[in-house]
Design a protein around this ligand. Structure first.
Ligand SMILES: C[S@@+](CC[C@H](N)C(=O)[O-])C[C@H]1O[C@@H](n2cnc3c(N)ncnc32)[C@H](O)[C@@H]1O
Length: 288
């Protein structure tokens, strides 16, 4: 484990540390994308470039902002915090759209590369980075940002860390701001995926074999699916902590391929096209 490893190390951090170590090598930004890009957008190929990689993030950011009702005018004067930025696939677009962007990640090496990505494809003067040292706390002041965004991150955290980061998102967002958080919930295939994930995470603990395995895509894709959270579970957590009262216009957005309802009154459930069947979003205004 390197000195930049998070406090209270968890097996869930293993694949990010393995990819982060690779990004610490001296390769070019394009080399980094060819070697580690798949951990962020699942694309592989010897001819991948950083520009292609950032383009995929650009398209997704514009689509999500449109769906979530955040206009370019509004973003232009705002501070956005991204939980789990990785090497900046989507962060580049955010720096082009927002006045200020705080990229956060559990892996400090990714954040170094994120600066490089934004230097080439974004607005570096608008970017700051914050290491999520314990995997669950944002070292950012309360009520200091206008939006918190997270995509394909909370599913990779330990269950309680994902809930803690959800609370953190609300804490750091000032009144009038918006949270946009993506989660993964149960699908029938989980009968197979969950035990395989547990097995791979156990194997990651083995000396030598574990280190080798953590760089393999086939194994990583099982091991990194660390938790499943339903909308009700997240809303219950917020309700129990008295944080649900800080949210208005609460929307749960999911794939058109599943039916969903929630127990909590006043929550709108809707469809977001091109959403993975297992994914869903919590999008809400913060009113404190
Ligand atoms: C699949 S990647 C997605 C990155 C980025 N959102 C994107 O779409 O390109 C997941 C990212 O979440 C980060 N991550 C995983 N667990 C985390 C945690 N507990 N806190 C913060 N970041 C975390 C990983 O290091 C990795 O960069």
């Amino acid at each position: 484990m390197s000195s930049q490893s998070p406090k209270n190390w968890r097996t869930q951090f293993t694949p990010w540390r393995a990819a982060g170590t690779k990004t610490e090598g001296g390769g070019t930004a394009d080399d980094v994308v060819r070697e580690t890009g798949w951990v962020f957008n699942n694309e592989t190929g010897k001819s991948l470039t950083l520009a292609d990689f950032v383009r995929t993030g650009d398209e997704e950011v514009r689509r999500f902002m449109r769906h979530f009702g955040l206009s370019t005018d509004r973003l232009a004067t705002s501070t956005l915090l991204e939980i789990g930025s990785g090497i900046g696939r989507m962060t580049a677009a955010f720096t082009n759209l927002c006045a200020r962007v705080i990229a956060t990640d559990v892996d400090a090496a990714f954040l170094e590369r994120c600066h490089q990505t934004i230097a080439l494809h974004g607005r570096p003067e608008r970017l700051s980075t914050v290491h999520v040292a314990d995997g669950r706390t944002l070292a950012v002041s309360t009520d200091s940002v206008d939006q918190v965004f997270s995509y394909i991150v909370l599913q990779h955290c330990q269950h309680d860390d994902a809930l803690a980061l959800t609370s953190e998102a609300i804490r750091v967002t000032r009144s009038g701001g918006v949270i946009m958080l993506n989660y993964r919930t149960w699908v029938p295939l989980d009968v197979v995926l969950i035990p395989l994930g547990v097995l791979v995470r156990l194997l990651w603990r083995l000396p030598l074999v574990g280190k080798q395995l953590s760089t393999k895509r086939w194994a990583t894709r099982f091991g990194w699916q660390a938790n499943r959270l339903s909308p009700d579970e997240v809303l219950d957590h917020l309700s129990q902590r008295g944080e649900l009262r800080y949210l208005t216009d609460v929307r749960i957005l999911h794939s058109h391929r599943r039916q969903r309802s929630v127990r909590h009154a006043g929550v709108t459930v809707g469809i977001l096209k091109r959403t993975n069947r297992s994914h869903w979003w919590l999008v809400a205004k913060v009113s404190k």
